[in-house]
Structures are given as C-alpha cells and as structure tokens.
Design a protein around this ligand. Sequence first.
Ligand code: ADP
Ligand code: MG
Length: 684
Amino acid sequence: MSDAIPVNRIKGVGEKTAALFGRINVFTVEDLIGHYPRDYETYDAPVSIREVSAGSVQAIYGQITAIPNVKKVRNLSILNAVLTDDNGDSIQLTFFNMPFLKKVLKPGGFYLFRGLVQQRGTHKIMEQPRMFTWEEYQKKSGRLLPRYALTKGLTNQMVQKSVAQALEYYPPEKEYLPQSVLQKIPMLSHREAVNSLHFPENREELLAARNRIVFEEFFSFLLVLRKNKDLAAKTENHFPMYETADTVRFLEQLPFPLTKAQKKVWGELREDMGSPYAMNRLIQGDVGSGKTILAVLALLMCAANGYQGAMMAPTEVLAVQHFETISGYVEKYGIAFRPVLLTGSMTAKEKREAYAKIASGEANLIIGTHALIQEKVEYSSLALVVTDEQHRFGVRQRETLAAKGKEPHVLVMSATPIPRTLGLLMYGDLDISILDELPPGRKPVKTRCITGKKRADLYGFLDREIDSGRQVYIVCPAIEDAGGSGLNAVKSYYEDIAKAYLPDRRVGLMHGKLKPKEKAEVMDDFKSGRLDALVSTTVIEVGVDVPNATVMVIENAERYGLSALHQLRGRVGRGAAESWCFLVSDNASESVQKRLKFLCSTSDGFAVAQYDLETRGPGDFFGSRQHGLPTLQIADLMNDTRTLHAAQSEAVALLAEDPLLERPEHALLARQVEQMFDKAGTMN
Ligand code: ADP
Ligand code: MG
C-alpha cells in the first residue's frame, strides 16, 4: 500500500477532517471511495400542507405570510415564520440560530422548504428546514442522495463533497475483473459502479452498480479462499499412506457394513492420503450419519503406516467418548492403535505422562480437546489431524493443530448442516465430502411441541419407554436456579421434577460445572445402561452417541435456535428403534410456535439451517467464528445467493486457466486479492 494517497490530499479535507475520517477507519483516498453509502435519501415532490404527516421528512411549497420575528431564549435565537400554500393552509416554520433569515425571507415571496414535520399540540410545525429555489429542488428531485456512516463532527455533506472530489481527481482502478468474465456477464465497469454507488442517477443505476460490486466482493472473496486452498493443495504429501490389511480387516469385523455414502467418502480419503498432495478435506454430514467411523479409518491407516494421528473435539465429554469408543475397538479387534487421551482437566502428572508418550511416539493416536494445541505438546510424527465438530472451532484453531506437524493431512468434520452458500464461504478452502445418507433402519425422530401442562403425561410416556428398556434425555437450560425466571434450572429440575415424576428410576444429572471426573462417570453410567434417564444441560449437544436412548425432552425449547435443537434431537434416533423428541415450551408467541412447529415438520438438517438463517440471520454461522475470513461490505449472503453462485463458477473457471493469477492481464486482480488476503490475515 505504498502508493496509497492520504485522505488529506483531497481539497477541503484538512487535518481536523482527516482526523474525523480516521475515526471511521478512512485514512486513504481508496478507503474513502470504499466507504459506500449506508442508504439513500430521495427528494420527493412537494406535498400540500394539508397532507404533511408528523414524523416524516417532506417538502412543501408556498408563500411566506407572517413576518418572521426573532426570539431569544438564553443563548438560542429562534425564528418563527409561517408558510401558506395554494389551498390556503398554513404551517409554522422554526429556525434555530439563523437570525439572518429574517432578512432573507421576504413576506409574499415563494419558497420551497424541506424538513422534518413535527406535531406540536394540535398543529404541525416544520423544524430547521432547508430552503431551496424551485429550480434547485427540481434538480435534486428523483435523485438518490447518499447517506454515509458518520461520526460526531463529521457531517453527511462533508463526506459527500470529499467523495465527489476523490472520485474526480483520484478515480478508482479502471478494471480488475478479467475481460473473460465481463464478456460473459454484462456488468458496469468498476469505475462506473463505484461512481453510481455513491451518486446514482436513479434506482436502476443503483441496482446495476450494487450488482457489480456484490459480484466483485464475492469473486475476490472466493479467490482469497481459493488462495488458501491452493497454498494447501500445493503442499507436497510428506506422508504418503497406503491401505494396509488393518483397515480391511477392521471393516470386515465391524458389526455393520458401511453405507454407500460412507464407502464413497472412505474412497476419497484414501485417495487423498496417497496422492502427491496433502489431504485438506471437510466431511459434512447430518447428525447420526456416521462420521466418526470415517475418522477412525483414516487414523487407523495413518497408524498402520507408522505415523501419528490426532483428533480434536470441542468438548471434554465428546473427547472422552471418542477415546472410549476407539479403546473399545482396540480391545475387541486388536487394531494397531496406541491411543492416549489429553484434556485440559487432567492432572499435571497425567498430562506430563501423556506429553511424554506423544513426544516419544509411544502413542500413535492422540485424542483430546483444545489441550492438543497447547504449546507444551510436541508430536513425534504427526501426519494426520482431525477436528470433529469443526463449526465449534475457529479456522485458526484448525490451523494451529495442523502447524503441530510438518504439513500433515487435515480432515475436518461438521454436523452442522450449513446451507450450501455459506459452506462455500466458510469452507471454500477445503475439498468437501458429503455424507448424504443415514445408516439403514433409521426412522425420523417423531417431534412434538407440548406445553408444561402436559408434563405429567410426558413423564408417563418416559416411564413406559424406560419399562421397555430404553433410556431418555431431558435437557434444561440453566445450572443455578434463576429465581423465578421461569427457567427450569437443571439442579432443581432434577430434584423436584425428574426424580419426583420418576421415583423408581435411576436418574442422572449432568452439567458443565461438574468436575471432569464426575462428568465422565455420569456419561459412562448412562452409556452402559446404569442410568435410565439423564437430566442435562446442553453439554450433550454435540456428538454424544448412546444408541439405546430413544427420547429427548427439551425444556424451555424456545431458548434455542433451530440448529441447536436439531443437534439435540440428533442424540436420539441413532438406533433402529422408534425415537421421540418433545419440545416443551409455555411461550405462546407466534414466532416461537412457528419455529418449533417447523422443526416438528422436518428432519432434514439442511432445511432447518436454511430456516434458521432466514429468520435469525447468518450471525450464528459467522459471528465470532468468522475469524480469518475477509469481510463482505455490501454483499449479503442471504439475498445475493444468485450472484454468489455466478461469482463462484467464474472464480473456478478463472483459476483453471491461471491458477496463480500470474498473467499480466490479471495483475490488478492479483493485487486486489493480495490486499484482501492481508487484511483478513490481520483480523482476529
Ligand atoms: P455422527 O455423524 O453424528 O458423528 P456417529 O459417527 O456418532 O454419527 O454415528 C452414529 C451412530 O451410527 C453410531 O452409533 C455408529 O456406530 C453408528 N453407525 C455408523 N455407521 C453405521 C453404519 N454404516 N451402519 C450402522 N450403524 C452405523
Ligand atoms: Mg459426531
């Protein structure tokens, strides 16, 4: 950015204004030109005074009929005038600190005023209106005038003027979209689009300008992501792995055959790990689609080839579960894992022992939480890293884990069904495998909304399920009793409701504040059938797998987003038996009921996520997990999906032609992508 022109080079922008611009992160002319309007103001035709409505900005035209008089109130000078139109209706105009207007406004003269209409008792007034001649106003009317994000001291007019100057003397780069794209998709040039975005002549022009800028935002964004990917794809495969008898034998011994979708993905993983380049792949599959076994197979192939693999999970409960599942396989099938568990809650001594095994290579499979990426952990031959429930981690954490090895294979798994468009952006740097098939015999979980009044019936149902050998989950929101908040705090719920309704049953309690050892014990009791019911907070939301559990009750269901509810529901329906999910809520508001009913109507995770996104916005998907991704200024993921798809196919086509953007005609584009990449890299 050595050629950046500071904003104070613009005529009329002195030190003071430049400092104000600095407060809204505008330092250079380029920044200023990229400071797109927030919205636009229109100058509509004047209305008759009879029609003015309080609270809106309107224009009126008429004759000054009362001689203005100036009043002094403390150090404020107030000027009141009366304007009367053709119909004979009048309105009072009030001006503050503009005593000179007394000389300007001639009684009997015609004027046009535009300002905010306000109600004062029984009549309306217009405060501090701007004055125009009829001709001046005609020129503005029908135009869209930009309104910018401001800061105290910086007026909209100052920004408008500065932008106009900047566009005239320092117009933006001519064109950085490749000609090939512009020929295929007719669009304004970059320069035209920027001009029109700031000062559109009319709505059509604004729309065309917006389309063009949205396209280029997506386009550069995707190239930035592809750039990541290409860097990764260029990574040599330092750990070529080939299938040994181990995975084949293991698969033969497993009590179930892989589904067709699992087989396909397993083929993709094997191919990746034996290819000239390191694997960089996302497995996306709805809850219960059987992702774990694929990670286990990849890790087994890694171990059988003499390397180390690591698997990171977002919660301790899940890490422990994976560790136990895999230890179980080792015992039962004699496979070549020497697994070790590493979590934050282990004692210092336990950790030291684990570190030693990891550093010496004695352990060839390391399973744990964020503890895996702590500085102290040194791996001996890390060749494959797996992150489970990737949507719970940031991009950076995934990278930190990978950086523990020397460019290892990377496999990430996510159950959150991200709508395709969002997936493109979030995981654009990864190859994607989709598990679009559930293991055979799964029936959709029957989902019902009920109110608290039905609780006794509900518990009757739970009791009968337990009678037939099944287990049930009951999820409640909070830990501490929130004193009359109407929430079912998990502890008192456990004592006063669950145990009271199920007096003869073995009911367990699980929440985040339990000591890790206790958590593990409770989970273990539930898994092995020593508990009939588990009252829990959402710590069991992700990944927990107890196929014998058939009922999920979610109290205060209105508190959760649909995607979270869908995840919770995914804890049941993991075996062949009929399963149920009850959403308990006394919240009768229409939007809540609509949301919950929607979940009752579908078991398709993608539909759920789409609905969530539409009604609650993309914040849940992006939010704080957006780290490391470039920002989009005006492009809107929800409403600009068509443009996103167009940009995507063009980006792919371009990279097929010129993967490193080395051709001279792509120089401007390459620079643009470079800058965006740098900016994204420094965010966090
Ligand atoms: P998720 O994709 O949600 O992580 P899991 O890997 O936990 O799902 O698998 C869910 C359940 O399905 C587990 O009990 C697992 O053993 C079982 N499972 C996985 N694959 C198959 C299959 N091909 N046939 C039958 N059951 C399977
Ligand atoms: Mg899982």
